[in-house]
Design a protein around this ligand. Structure first.
Ligand code: CTP
Length: 402
């Protein structure tokens, strides 16, 4: 698969067009190269210059402009795209697409492209429900056009009902989903993410700086590839990836119990969570008061070791593929190799948490894949979504019949 992927955003003339710079930014954050094509009406709702600035590419608007055609002609633009996203798509543009019109730049490109087309309709609820629009939707559906939304809610025209364009984040996810190979259909993927939290008393707790971003990106990629995904999440305020079943837990013990429940039906387990190794020996249910501190302003707490979830499940691995993450601040590879042997999983992803551009609480990660054979693969600094793709490419090879 090509990386970055080339996304053509086609914008038609609806009020939701004002959200398109946000879509472009989301697509670029996901690592894609983006170009925009606007209908004449679209440029009344969003400035072409804004889209040019956020996409980093010139914007196309006019089928017959010699300058624009000279830079990239409309057939070249149609061929350039790996995916065409039409957002917002008005009732009028849907009708034109259904009937093969090519009377302006946008319709000509949509007729000429061989790339998958993803349509995000946005219109008044009565227009959406009109039999003409329903018929167009059916025609486009049978031709393999993909749809996302529209959502129900308050519409710009004042009506309530279905017709809102899906949020930019949902559209970006839909594009990524369309691009992903459906190679995990039939697999049940269990992912753990985020830090655990170990209560000290009624108000205090010990946790760690894990944001959960890596595990959430892994769960999202598994879902895109067609797996059934359950995500066991510790402390994090990240939104649940679309289509993923989420189980929230607090302590390491709660995480272990949840993992054990889901483990039986899972075929791939990825333990990206930062599990606390120790918990306070006694969970005190009330708040410890300052006066209770044992002399000289010191508080002494006793800790006991938590179960090692990864080691426990690896001991009962069966046909499953189990991946661990090693968070290391020094001797990264040696530490990951030691943990791989100790815990008995199929692959250890070594994470250098001392780097400020990578690892904990950032959007990118530079990891090493450490294999039981002793082989070590170094990956360059990638968005966490990119690391997830690399990871599943390896897991799929591992699971392919030899
Ligand atoms: N892990 C686990 N249960 C624990 C501790 C860790 O399942 N009680 C898992 C993590 O989810 C991760 C892997 O083991 O996949 C390695 O975790 P890490 O925190 O890097 O290592 P530790 O085993 O905790 O060792 P250390 O603290 O000495 O680095």
């Amino acid at each position: 698969m090509k990386d970055p992927r080339r996304i053509l955003l086609v914008v038609s003339g609806g009020i939701a067009a004002y959200k398109t710079p946000e879509i472009v930014r989301g697509l670029r954050r996901a690592g894609h190269d983006v170009r925009c094509a606007l209908s004449t009406e679209a440029s009344r709702f969003v400035a072409p210059l804004s889209l040019q600035a956020v996409s980093g590419n010139s914007v196309r608007q006019d089928l017959f402009d010699p300058g624009e055609e000279g830079e990239i002609d409309h057939i070249g633009l149609a061929d350039w795209a790996d995916v065409v996203l039409v957002a917002p798509c008005t009732a009028n543009l849907m009708a034109k697409m259904a009937h093969g019109h090519a009377d302006d730049l946008v319709t000509a490109v949509l007729l000429a492209t061989r790339a998958p087309i993803l349509v995000a309709p946005a219109m008044n609820v009565n227009m959406w429900e009109h039999p003409a629009t329903r018929a167009n939707l059916e025609i486009l559906g049978t031709r393999g056009i993909h749809f996302v939304g529209p959502e129900a809610g308050e519409l710009a025209c004042g009506w309530e009902g279905q017709g809102r364009m899906s949020d930019p984040a949902v559209l970006v996810e839909a594009v990524d989903s369309l691009l992903a190979p459906k190679t995990l259909i039939g697999e049940c993927v269990l992912v753990t993410a985020g830090g655990t939290v170990e209560p000290i008393d009624a108000v205090r707790a010990i946790t760690n700086r894990s944001s959960g971003k890596m595990g959430f990106a892994i769960a999202a990629e598994a879902q895109r590839r067609g797996a059934d995904v359950v995500l066991i999440a510790g402390v994090t305020n990240l939104p649940t990836p679309i289509g993923v079943r989420r189980v929230d837990v607090g302590s390491a013990i709660e995480m272990r119990d949840a993992v054990f429940v889901e483990f039986e039906q899972s075929s791939i387990v990825i333990k990206a969570a930062a599990v606390a190794d120790f918990r306070p020996a006694e969970a005190i249910e009330r708040k410890i008061k300052k006066e209770e501190l044992a002399g000289e302003g010191r508080l002494q707490l006793e800790f006991v070791q938590n179960p090692d979830i990864l080691a426990d499940i690896s001991a009962r691995k069966g046909d499953r593929t189990i991946v661990g993450f090693a968070a290391e601040s020094h001797d990264v590879i040696a530490g990951a190799k030691r943990k791989l042997l100790l815990k008995g999983c199929d692959l250890m992803v070594a994470n250098d948490i001392s780097r400020i551009d990578s690892g904990f609480d950032v959007d990118e990660n530079a990891v090493h894949f450490v294999w039981p054979s002793g082989e070590v693969e170094a990956l360059s600094l990638l968005p966490k979504s990119g690391v997830s793709r690399e990871l599943f490419d390896r897991i799929e090879k591992l699971r392919a019949p030899q």
